[in-house]
Every structure is written in structure tokens, then in C-alpha cells.
Write a protein that binds this ligand. Structure first.
Ligand code: C2O
Ligand code: CU
Length: 472
């Protein structure tokens, strides 16, 4: 069932031993505490005894979501929870998902960030919707280690706002040491006057994306995370919000970024803030540098998305409470590395992709466009298998659009002509208002139809999506 604050404090205390230990703590650090410690998310049950196959049942159905103490809302759920169960596996494993749709409307599952075959991608043009009462078997190999997530690719603004999303963590054989490991799935929810999740809103909401006051982490508002002084926690963070941008900062602490969307960075990077647009992920280490018994707030700092779209003001996201236990000795900085050379763009003619919007005040409609057309009329982009793609994403609007590409990881080459300092593999990246961002990727396997779109859900629902056809 749903986690409580007590549960996670208890689990952390249980792992490291609490109570009378006031001397130098015994340095038994058995490696990451199971997923249940940090704001527990139920794990999907693996039905397959083969250690290289993870086989799970997933279903969608309506249910009651306990979003805050004493507050329940009608929701759409995977396996009766929000978020859906955590799917955990190792790189190279086969994932088999037996999916059944018990909703009264069609849906699909898209595996955001996993490099799956096109017919497993759960997206328009690659899979027919699973009708009410219908089922589908997803089966593919997990080719990359990292933090990913799953969600529907139909009626996104509604189905995801109502609770359909879940995290996926794929481990690598050389995981760095941590004491506690957990997923933090971030979301925000707009409640109407009746206390239920509000139905889709007006022109302003469609334009700016849903801006909701209620912050939830792993399905609950007002959460507390327990930490022991000296401990190292590893957080897999997913932004599942409709339109919420996060600039996360934990007072008095820094983050060591191990990886982003497509797995590890070349070397870990120490930062004060984490910036996540809708769809983004981070894999970070947090060292507990404060004193036993103290508290720190994980905040979402102010962010201006550009003229006309509004400013997100600073909000509290998660309370971090140190236990009274004596401090553990700090661990040395993680040293994991990854060979990640920059893809060459030489000899490739860039393709320009334009992002724009059109507001019609008389009809009270807004259309978000790619290359001057709205999905499904956006001209298909074609690429040959193995041919390097350089795309210049040109934002003709004032507001940010978080760009997401299905199927392939890209590297950001430059923003407004300024080269990016270090290469990383991304599938989601912010395209700032009026910005020109150059990306490079190589569709060298898995031909077929792949979507690319803005990950503000109201924008994808109102046209800002195109199709990349990769041909042999
Ligand atoms: Cu997370 Cu096409 O989506
Ligand atoms: Cu957008």
C-alpha cells in the first residue's frame, strides 16, 4: 500500500541501526537499501524465474488515489497505484509486460527513454490503441542502464494528469556505492472546487500548460524523506508533471549527477541545482552533510518560462529530516566514468525544425505547430538508417518547449551557436523561447516511425508533434 513518512524513517533507521549507538558507528555499509526506503513505491512483481527476464503484469483501471492525508481523488492507475509500480531490471534483461486496459477509453504504454523496437513504442503510428477490455504484450530488451519511465501516449494531458505514469530503473554491473537508493517521481495536480482532479481547462491553460499548486512526490503531497548524517543516497528523479519545470535545490547540500536521460555522463558532475523539464530524468547522489536531527527543504526554485507563459514561483517539494543517529563516515566521491565521445556533425546538412504557436482569440483556440502545421499534418521527416541527423530546433515562440525524441538519444551540439561543454545522451531537452538548439543523433538501428514532440502535455495534445520515419 501507500508509503508513510514513518515507514521510510523506520526503514532507514532499521538498516543502519538506531538507538543507543553514540560512539563511532560500525562501518558496515551493506550497499543500497532496497527501494522501499526512500518514499516507497511498490515494485512490480517479477513473474519469471529466469534472472535475465523481468516479466510483469500491468493494468489500467479507475481507482481512488490518496493524494494527501484525508484526501482522495478519482484517478487512472497502473496496478491500482500512483505512480504505477517501479520496474527494476538490469541492462541486457528482457522485459515482458502483459498489459490489460480496464479503462473505458483506449490507451497505450510508451516507454519513455527506452530504445525499444518501433512496434513496442506505444506511440501513434507505431501501435494501435489498446481498446477498453483489450490487452497487449510488450516485449523488448533493455539495452541501456539509466532512469526511465512509462506513460500513455493517447489523450496525454488527461490520462497522465489523472495518474498514469511509473518509473523504470535499469541497473548496470558497475553501480557506484550508495547507502540508500530510491526513485522520486515528481508531479503536480490541479484540484477543482469539488476536490477532484480538474477537467481540462481554458485557453490560458492550454497555452501555458497546466500550472497546478499541489506538488506530489511518488503520489503524495507533503512528504518527508529520512536521512542519516554521513549517508550517501542515490535518487532516480523523474519529472512526470504536465507542464511543471523543476529547478531543484536542497538547502545546504549539493548533488553529484551520475547520469541524465540516456544514462551516465562521461564523469560525475557536482551541481547546486537540478533542472528538469517535463519528461526529464536525473540519476544523482546526495551526501548527507548536515548534522543529526536537522532538517532541510528540497525546493523548486523560481523559473521564468518566457513571455506569455508565466513564472513558476518557489515551492517546497520535499522535507528532508535527519535522524538522530551518529554520523556515518562520508564516502569518497564516486568515480564511475563512461566513454561518451561527441558525435561528429561533419558533412551533415542540418535540418531545420520550427516550433511555433497560433492563438485565435475569437474561436478561443490555440494551435501549437511544427513546421507550420499541427499534428497529424506535420510533414514527415525522413532519415536513412545509419545516417547522422543534425537538427536545428528553432523556437519561434516566446515560451520554452521541452523537446522529446522517441527511439534515439541525441547530444546537444550548441545553443544559439554556443557549443555545449560536455556531451551527454538525452531524449528530452529544453528548447528555450526564441532559442536555436542544434542536436545530433544517429538512427542506426530499429527502422520505423518515431515521434518527436513538446513534452508539455497540453501542447502535444494541441498539435506540437511530428513523425520521424527511419527507412532502410
Ligand atoms: Cu514521454 Cu512521446 O513521450
Ligand atoms: Cu510546448
Amino acid at each position: 500500500m501507500k508509503p508513510t513518512t514513518y515507514f521510510c524513517i523506520f526503514a532507514v533507521a532499521a538498516l543502519h541501526g538506531c538507538g543507543g549507538d553514540t560512539g563511532t558507528p560500525a562501518v558496515a555499509r551493506p550497499g543500497p537499501d532496497p527501494w522501499s526506503s526512500a518514499l516507497s513505491v511498490a515494485r512490480a512483481t517479477d513473474l519469471n524465474p529466469d534472472p535475465r527476464v523481468v516479466e510483469v503484469n500491468l493494468d489500467t483501471r479507475m481507482g481512488d488515489w490518496q493524494i494527501a492525508p484525508g484526501q482522495r481523488v478519482r484517478a487512472m492507475m497502473y496496478n491500482g497505484g500512483v505512480p504505477g509500480p517501479l520496474i527494476e531490471a538490469r541492462v541486457g534483461d528482457t522485459l515482458v509486460v502483459h498489459f490489460t486496459n480496464h479503462l473505458e477509453e483506449p490507451t497505450t504504454i510508451h516507454w519513455h527513454g527506452l530504445r525499444v523496437p518501433a512496434d513496442m513504442d506505444g506511440a501513434p503510428r507505431s501501435q494501435s490503441p489498446v481498446p477498453p477490455g483489450g490487452s497487449f504484450e510488450y516485449r523488448f530488451t533493455l539495452t541501456d542502464a539509466g532512469t526511465f519511465w512509462y506513460h500513455p501516449h493517447m489523450n496525454e494531458a488527461r490520462q497522465m494528469e489523472l495518474g498514469l505514469y511509473g518509473a523504470i530503473v535499469v541497473h548496470s554491473p558497475d553501480e557506484p556505492t550508495a547507502d540508500v537508493e530510491g526513485t522520486l517521481v515528481l508531479d503536480d495536480v490541479l484540484l477543482g472546487d469539488d476536490g477532484q482532479i480538474a477537467p481540462p481547462g481554458d485557453l490560458l491553460e492550454i497555452h501555458s500548460g497546466r500550472d497546478s499548486g499541489l506538488q506530489v512526490i511518488n503520489g503524495h503531497a507533503g512528504q518527508t524523506l529520512a536521512m542519516r548524517a554521513g549517508q550517501r543516497q542515490r535518487w532516480h528523479i523523474v519529472n512526470a508533471g504536465s507542464a511543471r519545470f523543476y529547478r531543484l535545490a536542497l538547502a545546504g547540500h549539493r548533488f553529484t549527477v551520475l547520469g541524465t536521460d540516456g544514462g551516465r555522463l562521461p564523469t560525475p558532475r557536482v551541481v547546486d541545482e537540478l533542472f528538469l523539464v517535463p519528461g526529464d530524468r536525473f540519476d544523482v547522489m546526495v551526501d548527507a552533510v548536515a548534522a543529526p536531527g536537522t532538517r532541510a527543504m528540497l525546493s523548486n526554485l523560481r523559473y521564468d518560462r518566457g513571455h506569455g507563459a508565466g513564472v513558476f514561483s518557489t515551492q517546497d517539494v520535499l522535507q528532508v529530516a535527519y535522524t538522530a543517529d551518529a554520523a556515518l563516515p562520508m564516502l569518497a566521491a564516486p568515480t564511475v566514468t563512461r566513454d561518451l565521445p561527441a558525435l561528429s556533425t561533419e558533412g551533415v546538412t542540418p535540418r531545420e525544425v520550427h516550433f511555433s504557436e497560433r492563438v485565435d482569440k475569437t474561436t478561443q483556440t490555440v494551435t501549437f505547430m511544427i513546421d507550420n502545421a499541427a499534428w497529424p499534418d506535420v510533414p514527415v521527416a525522413r532519415a536513412r538508417l545509419g545516417q547522422t541527423q543534425v537538427w536545428d530546433l528553432v523556437n519561434e515562440s516566446e515560451m520554452d518547449h521541452p523537446f522529446h525524441l522517441h527511439g534515439f538519444y541525441f547530444q546537444i551540439v550548441s545553443r544559439n551557436g554556443v557549443a555545449e561543454p560536455t556531451p551527454s545522451w538525452e531524449d528530452t531537452a529544453n528548447l528555450r523561447g526564441r532559442e536555436r538548439m542544434r542536436i545530433v543523433f544517429r538512427p542506426d538501428d530499429r527502422p520505423g516511425s518515431w515521434m518527436y514532440h513538446c513534452h508539455i502535455l497540453e501542447h502535444v495534445d494541441h498539435g506540437m508533434m511530428g513523425e520521424l520515419m527511419v527507412e532502410r
